[in-house]
Design a protein around this ligand. Structure first.
Ligand SMILES: [Mn+2]
Length: 354
């Protein structure tokens, strides 16, 4: 099987790039297996150099694959080391993933005759399609996340604070093998649940609350993303209506998603259903996003998306309705796109009234 760097080289060739400068940590991790590098230079002739400062040098020598490790000493300049290499290797067309504007200016200033080309899309072409080893790590991350939600269902009740619920979830995930959280745990209750990124605070959960719980475990650098909404006590008719609308919209979208379907079509199915129920204006975000080393990455499932789903994408499907002052409902799963449908990686009961 081709290595990830070999696959990048193929894409570089198609775009006439004779070098590629990787500066994003997650991208360096993707290509080399090591996250402590400062820059990775991939050259057309097959040489790849990971530039590493002393603090990470010994670890880099042990963990780095597919690239040679070069120490950047305290008194040396990373920019100079990179641009010297560009010069000696006669690089003319250099692709890059993402550079701070200040870094970009410094690089440009000290590398005469090199054309810098934004080519981050080449890396995303690779990263958006997960290989079998990534899929198995993402399954593990999803399994840990599902356990966290199981814990939430077990302990949630009137009288417990948002913060306590979050702590129990994170403890459960950590104890079972999670390396940490993929993002800040959201437990937002009552009217706070109307804020899609409501966070988590000291509020004590009350009878009659909607509680949106959005969590993700991290496992060996891979993320997962799962949301369930709980209703504490018997739901009001409006709570029930919103909940059922979101549940059905998510179900329809999950059934629509598969390889070769446009991402915006999956969004449309959910959005149309919610709009027809009269809540269109309260579905204030995209239907979903890719997940991997980053918790938000391509492809995007939104009305404007130009992405077409392919086998091996891992994406979230997460419609929601948020009514200011009243509360919100979101239901989200992380799914693997297959030829004929999806495989849900997160598993958690959906109809939960307490
Ligand atoms: Mn999400």
């Amino acid at each position: 099987m081709e290595t990830r760097i070999e696959r990048l080289l193929n894409l570089m060739e198609a775009r006439s790039l004779d070098g590629f400068l990787v500066a994003e940590t997650k991208n360096m991790l993707y290509f080399t297996g090591f996250s402590g590098g400062s820059m990775l230079l991939v050259l057309r002739d097959g040489e790849s150099i990971l530039f590493v400062y002393g603090v990470n040098y010994e670890a880099a020598k042990v963990e780095t694959r597919e690239a040679s490790v070069e120490l950047v000493k305290q008194e040396e300049s990373l920019i100079k080391k990179v641009t010297d290499r560009l010069k000696t290797r006669k690089i003319r067309n250099l692709g890059f993933d993402s550079l701070a504007a200040s870094t970009y200016l410094k690089l440009k200033e000290s590398s005469d005759g090199v054309a810098f080309k934004d080519a981050s899309d080449l890396v995303w072409t690779l990263r958006r399609v997960k290989d079998p080893s990534e899929i198995s790590l993402m399954k593990k991350a999803a399994e840990l996340t599902s356990r966290g939600m199981e814990k939430a269902a077990e302990i949630i009740e009137a009288g417990i604070s948002e913060r306590e619920v979050a702590a129990e979830i994170e403890y459960e995930m950590r104890k079972n093998g999670s390396d940490g959280v993929a993002f800040e745990t959201i437990v937002s209750s009552g009217s706070n649940s109307a804020f899609p990124h409501g966070g988590c605070g000291d509020r004590v959960i009350k009878k009659g609350d909607l509680v949106v719980i959005d969590i993700g475990a991290k496992y060996r650098d891979y993320s997962s993303d799962l949301t369930r909404t709980f209703i504490i006590g018997k739901p009001s008719s409006k709570q029930f209506e919103i909940y059922e609308t979101v549940r059905k919209a998510q179900e329809l979208a999950v059934k629509t998603a598969r390889a070769k379907v446009e991402a915006k079509e999956v969004d449309r199915v959910a959005r149309d259903y919610i709009s027809k129920a009269g809540y269109g204006e309260y579905f204030v975000h995209s239907l979903g996003h890719g997940v991997g080393l980053d918790v938000h990455e391509p492809p995007t499932l939104s009305p404007k998306s130009r992405d077409v789903l392919v086998e091996g994408n891992v994406v979230t499907i997460e419609p929601g309705i948020y009514i200011p002052g009243f509360g919100g409902v979101r239901i989200e799963d992380t799914v693997l796109i297959l030829k004929e449908g999806v495989e849900k990686l997160t598993e958690s009961p959906i109809q939960i009234y307490f």
